[in-house]
Design a protein around this ligand. Structure first.
Ligand code: SAH
Ligand code: SF4
Ligand code: F3S
Length: 479
């Protein structure tokens, strides 16, 4: 008897024979970077394989950001670039997920009809099935208003993640944000705070350590309120730091971002007393003017911020501090901006991210159109602020010269093949000459710092503490 092979079976056989290839392009913050790692794991779990490049991929997924308007513009321009490619290769699929997809939903298909799938921040786990379905059903938009408990359960262990680096890993401890900073779109696109159970996080860290990861960066929009949704008994973030510090093999722990209003002495104590926690703190200031801080609904004054900072510096030896500052918040006067300059100078940051205020739909600040600061004024303020910040960064970095620093090697320097790069415990990028003995990414060395520039240090190898702890190279995401 001849076997009956119907066309459905045949198409399945084809899929098995030549798996579809995918590429993920990520925009935005580290949380998005890590979501892309999880997405890659889910797509591989669904039978796809990473493509050599975007141009060859059967499936291109954009994991988007919408924090500022230029993030939106970047996405639409990237989508525009793929239009022609899609016309040449109609079998290719384009998916848009992440924060901007959560905001724009079906609008994306109106502006870019060649997109096949749109999914939001609450249903990342549905991406593979949406992609499969859209091959027969046509374009699909699925954006949920709240997390899907089923999908969340599936995602919780983050075991599906295909991590970009074998020696350092991101770990999302909490999604969403319960604050309501007047300029910020994150709560609208990421929802309220949901913390993952402490036990799961310790298990994940243990799993990471056993696969050779030695550095963990803990992610959340407001990490020091971690666990507030689980229990009122706190402070859970301090407990989490201590628990992660106990995991064998985890030598470095970093976290972003704590909120200044929630930076409790217990967290500072846990940082100081947990050897693995790095002496680095990212503490977003946003503005140095109390009037502006209050309009932003940040929940602290400049004085309170400086007190918290001083407390952290007193408690933690040799602490590096970085920050975020917004220039040109609606109604910001010259005097108020000067206050930001003064606080920024007094805080002596090691480095800072500066942003020009961008009105985001649905936020309070976006409604204050009459108070928008003219572009030319913002530009001039931005430059003045940069000068103050660069000066303190340079001073901080020059002060490192002559010190011996522990550095986790990241690999060849991006700009100079004769140099290697790595990070100090303070999180500073350091370049040093290629050594006679090859040094692989993930190795731990000590360096003597010989030069400090505003954005990096230069060093010379002093000793190799150990080689990489991981055994195999996990495939990279193409982006
Ligand atoms: N949850 C984190 C920050 C997330 S967004 C925190 O509160 O620290 C990262 C940074 O982007 C913010 O700290 C802020 O400085 C900046 N930002 C957010 N919304 C912005 C907007 N509408 N315009 C300009 N900068 C913005
Ligand atoms: Fe946005 Fe404020 Fe939440 Fe940070 S704390 S994500 S700035 S609302
Ligand atoms: Fe952007 Fe969403 Fe992160 S808006 S900054 S990708 S949380």
């Amino acid at each position: 008897m001849r076997p009956v092979v119907n066309s459905r079976v045949l198409s399945r056989l084809e899929v098995v024979a030549t798996p579809r290839t995918f590429a993920i392009r990520t925009f935005g913050c580290q949380m998005n970077e890590h979501d892309s790692e999880r997405l890659a794991g889910l797509l591989i779990g669904d039978g796809m394989v990473p493509a050599a490049s975007d141009l060859e991929a059967d499936v291109v997924v954009f994991n988007t950001c919408t924090i500022r308007e230029n993030a939106d513009l970047k996405l639409y321009s990237a989508l525009g670039q793929l239009k022609q490619l899609k016309e040449q290769r109609p079998q290719m699929q384009i998916a848009v997920g992440g924060c901007m997809a959560q905001k724009d939903r079906g609008e994306i298909l109106k502006r870019a009809q060649w997109v096949d799938v749109v999914f939001g921040t609450h249903n990342l786990a549905s991406a593979p099935s949406l992609l499969r379905r859209s091959r027969s059903e046509g374009p699909l938009v699925e954006v949920l208003d709240a997390p899907d408990p089923e999908a969340n359960r599936e995602m919780a262990p983050a075991l599906y993640a295909v991590r970009e680096l074998p020696y350092a890993a991101w770990m999302t401890i909490q999604t969403g944000c319960d604050n309501s900073c007047a300029y910020c779109i994150v709560p609208a696109v990421r929802g309220g705070e949901i913390s993952r159970p402490l036990r799961d996080l310790v298990d994940e860290a243990t799993m990471l350590a056993s696969s050779g990861v030695s550095e963990i960066t803990v992610l959340g929009q407001n990490v020091n309120s971690y666990g507030r949704d689980i229990t009122k008994r706190g402070p859970l973030f301090a407990q989490l730091l201590r628990a992660l510090g106990e995991v064998d093999g985890i030598e470095r722990i970093r976290f972003v971002s704590p909120h200044p209003k929630d930076l409790r002495p217990e967290t500072v104590a846990a940082m100081a007393e947990t050897q693995a926690v790095c002496n680095q703190l990212h503490l977003p200031l946003q503005s140095g003017s109390n009037r502006v801080l209050s309009a932003m609904r940040r929940g602290y004054t400049a004085e309170r911020y400086m007190e918290r900072l001083a407390g952290a510096r007193r408690g933690i030896d040799d602490l590096a501090v970085t920050t975020d500052i917004i220039v040109g918040y609606p109604g910001e006067t010259d005097t108020e901006f000067d206050e930001t300059l003064e606080v920024a100078a007094a805080a002596e940051f090691d480095s800072a991210y500066t942003f020009i205020f961008s009105p985001r739909p649905g936020t309070r600040a976006a409604l204050m159109v009459e108070d928008f600061v003219p572009e030319a004024v913002i530009k001039e303020r931005f430059e003045r602020l940069k000068e103050v910040l660069d000066r303190s960064a340079l001073r901080k970095h020059e002060a490192r010269v002559g010190r011996r620093e522990e550095v986790l090697v990241e690999g060849p320097s991006k700009r100079n093949a004769q140099m290697l790069s790595g990070r100090t415990r303070q999180g500073k990028l350091v370049h040093f000459p290629v050594t006679a003995e090859p040094l692989r990414a993930g190795a731990l060395v000590t360096l003597d710092v010989v030069h400090g520039a505003p954005y990096h240090l230069r060093g010379e190898l002093s000793s190799v503490v150990r080689g990489p702890r991981h055994k195999i190279r996990i495939p990279l995401l193409s982006s």
